[in-house]
Design a protein around this ligand. Structure first.
Ligand code: MN
Length: 299
């Protein structure tokens, strides 16, 4: 095997050097974490995920037999944020996201998903949502903060950005106030708890997800804390009893047929990581998403 060894891969996602103008799929980092409620540090997530992604450059995807980088994908760098100003940062993120036809975001905290969904508003009807997380993230506010990382989907539902009846949350297991839970389910959201996922297995779980979301456009939001802290220690609000990385991978690989219009992987906080476990999981999940898009194009 000739060429650049993995460890010397240039610092872009999987070493990508394609120009933004030559690509219809853009990967961007968002180094924002001021909306976190517990351990901060997700601002360093994009850097860590790109670094860990070097492990993935030396071959084709074993499931599809193809190289996901054959897709027209470019790493366009990090979005600008307004340092210390959450609302201004969200506005800036929306503005920058609107310039991309199909965007994959490396977080950053989960609050970034709201402006990403706002940027997709107007491109069609309310989106379906596949949301992997330990937390429902439908709190109207967290400790008085209305647009922090616990609230993106409260606003996304309230603003009509996503269709709650085509929304499924997978891996949920954190403490939650009964009122927040009842509001979420009352809106029509399907919740699959981590315990249900463990009992169902990945194939049945994926079938349920496909059922809820259907064939219309949908968004994929992947909070790395859906994984058990044993598989993703590097995150701000870990909860035990989560998915193993193989389970999440097995579910994702079975989501072919969902018309995803964008994705994010958020909440990687490398300061709490060990041996890049969490960052590698996040990088690999982006690679799995690309493989999924590629398989859809070839179908
Ligand atoms: Mn979250």
């Amino acid at each position: 095997m000739a060429g650049t060894p993995t460890f010397a891969t240039p610092h872009a996602f999987m070493g990508l050097r394609r120009a933004a103008s030559d690509a219809s799929i853009h990967i961007a980092g968002i180094p924002l974490d001021i909306g976190t409620t517990n351990r901060s540090g997700a601002r360093f997530g994009p850097h860590a995920i790109r670094h860990a992604s070097r492990m993935l450059v030396d071959g084709d995807h074993p499931g599809t037999g193809q190289d996901p980088l054959a897709l027209p994908v470019a790493d366009i760098g990090d979005f600008a944020i307004a340092l210390g100003d959450l609302q201004a940062s969200l506005a800036l993120i929306e503005q920058q996201a609107a310039a991309s036809q199909h965007l994959i975001v490396l977080g950053g905290e989960h609050g970034v998903t709201l402006p990403l969904l706002r940027a997709l508003r107007g491109r069609g009807a309310a989106l379906g949502l596949v949301h992997f997380d330990a937390h429902v993230d439908t709190w109207p506010d967290s400790f008085g903060q209305a647009f922090g990382h616990g609230s993106p989907f409260y606003h996304a539902i309230a603003e009509g950005l996503i269709d709650p009846h085509r929304t499924v949350q997978v891996g949920i297991r954190s403490p939650v106030q009964r009122g927040v839970w009842d509001w979420t389910v009352g809106q029509g959201v399907t919740v699959l708890t981590a315990e249900q996922v463990h009992e169902m297995g990945p194939a049945a779980c994926a079938a349920r997800v496909r059922d809820v979301v259907g064939g219309q456009p949908a968004y994929l939001s992947l909070d790395i804390d859906v994984l058990d802290p044993a598989f993703a220690p590097g995150t701000g609000t870990p909860e035990i009893g989560g998915l193993a990385s193989w389970q999440l991978q097995a579910i994702l690989r079975r989501l072919a047929g969902i018309a995803f219009v964008g994705m994010d992987v958020v909440e990687v906080a490398p300061a709490y990581d060990v041996s890049e476990i969490t960052a590698l999981a996040a990088a690999t999940l982006v690679w799995e998403y690309l493989a999924l898009k590629q398989a859809a194009l070839c179908a």
